[in-house]
Design a binder for this molecule. Sequence first.
Ligand code: SF4
Ligand code: SF4
Length: 121
Amino acid sequence: MTVRKTWRCIQGCGACCYLADRPELDQFLAPDEVAQYNSLISADGWCVHFQPSTRQCRIYDQRPYFCRVEPEVFDVLYGVTLDEFDEFAIACCEEHIADIHGPASAELRAFHYQVAGTDQL
Ligand code: SF4
Ligand code: SF4
């Protein structure tokens, strides 16, 4: 039986708030949005709004639309349909989490548990 996974963010991750090293941005964002994105990158590569001690966004309710993992946003940015959303968003998170926390990290295990349950542990 195929288990349909549902994307969810996990607490204590923040991997997608490391903003440096995303050379493909201009494929998805307009020039003014690329400028806005670049303006958020601090010297260490993390977003200026990222709170390292909590791994949370300081401006979560006002975060830019390109930070939002939502079907409507992914449709505009990546042409992802509602039916494709969970699989695509999960793959994005897996890539970010593995890059930042490591492919064998507790964060990646927690993410897999969150999106798919104990069958992924
Ligand atoms: S990488 Fe995914 S799970 Fe981690 S903070 Fe970002 S949206 Fe949440
Ligand atoms: S604005 Fe918030 S959600 Fe967006 S990258 Fe910065 S810390 Fe992360």
